[in-house]
Design a protein around this ligand. Structure first.
Ligand code: FE
Length: 349
């Protein structure tokens, strides 16, 4: 039996502990993140934020379209604080649908180049590119002469009849590229180019970027388009078959003699009804920090948006340096209206 006095003291201490725990609970710091990214290394990214700020990150991970649908359905009751999406076409669409809210942050403005930020709804709502990827041409080295495919325009050359593969033109990655072509060439000329590409199809568009790369490796397709990180993923794969596929492929940085290679982003935005606005702003600012930038980019073989952050990713670096298109990412997002018309009229589906 404990001494009676000790018991009272112990009870008082225990009560104190309960009260303190209650106070901690009431102030518990959380953040609700809706993310279309799902990479192993993103775990470290979120843990780093919690360690730094004490704010716990609740994650909902889903495909981009599923996230947008969920936000629409939840409306003003949405618990979402931060939204992570990939591709300017989707970010722009979410913005004009009113799913984001304004975010003025000197930190983000200082760290993320203006051309990689989207501010296009006239209400000051913004999204921020957090990593970049390029859309490149791959070709079968044994079957296609590299000199034939130096520019996106080349995909419409008659010499490539029956050799070109792409995923559906309706996919955001294609909408953004076709939109960029429309910005550069004008809508009419971009449409003419698109019909030339469609006339060159080796097969009806199907599958994702990795499927296009594999089909180029087998020779079913002569040339295709892919985002760089899919190619680097195969280069870094521990499956010998993946690396053998890469051996059979050449990669081209398109349009080095003109407007540069099309670049896109994955991006973050403050949700329209964010219940934890302050935490959300801290989180998005954290995404632009050196350590977060390294995790974000390297985890998916992308490039950081913050120029001073350096990666140690041998395979990604082996692709070399290139001239990137400097078209503002917001105008690429907006151009998907023209791109949609082009794919409808040319049957790029
Ligand atoms: Fe992707």
């Amino acid at each position: 039996m404990p001494h009676p006095k000790f018991s009272v003291l112990a009870a008082a201490l225990a009560l104190g502990a309960v009260v303190a725990a209650g106070a901690v609970c009431a102030q518990e710091q959380v953040l609700n993140l809706y993310s279309a990214r799902h990479y192993q290394t993103d775990e470290n990214l979120y843990a780093g934020f919690t360690k730094q700020t004490g704010i716990r990150v609740n994650r909902i991970e889903a495909g981009d379209e599923a996230i947008l649908e969920r936000l629409r359905n939840e409306g003003a009751n949405s618990p979402a604080d931060v939204i992570l999406l990939v591709d300017a076409a989707r970010l722009w669409k979410a913005q004009v649908e009113g799913l984001f809210q304004p975010l003025k942050s000197p930190t983000l403005e200082a760290r993320i180049p203006a051309t990689l930020r989207g501010n296009d709804d006239g209400k000051g709502s913004q999204w921020f590119g957090i990593s970049t990827r390029a859309r490149v041409i791959v070709y079968n080295k044994a079957k296609v002469d590299a000199a034939l495919v130096r520019n996106y325009e080349d995909l419409a050359r008659p010499e490539l009849k029956g050799r070109v593969c792409t995923r559906s033109g309706a996919h955001p990655y294609m909408l953004s590229l076709i939109g960029a072509m429309s910005e550069h060439l004008g809508e009419a000329q971009a449409e003419q180019w698109a019909s030339g590409v469609v006339a060159n199809f080796a097969r009806k568009p199907r599958g994702g970027d990795t499927d296009q790369i594999r089909a180029v490796a087998t020779g079913e397709c002569g040339v295709a388009l892919t985002n760089t990180y899919y190619l680097v993923r195969l280069m870094r794969s521990d499956k010998p078959a993946d690396r053998e596929a890469v051996e059979r492929i050449g990669m081209v940085w398109p349009n080095q003699g003109s407007f540069g290679t099309h670049v896109n982003v994955s991006g973050a935005a403050l949700a329209r009804h964010a219940p934890h606005r302050e935490n959300a702003v801290r989180f998005i600012e954290y995404l632009a920090s050196d350590s977060a930038q390294a995790y974000l980019a390297d985890g998916n073989n992308e490039w950081p948006v913050v120029g001073t952050v350096k990666l140690r990713n041998r395979e990604l670096e082996s692709l070399g340096a290139f001239k990137a298109d400097t078209l503002p990412i917001a105008s690429i997002g907006r151009a998907q209206i023209a791109a949609s018309k082009i794919i409808d009229r040319t049957g790029w589906r």
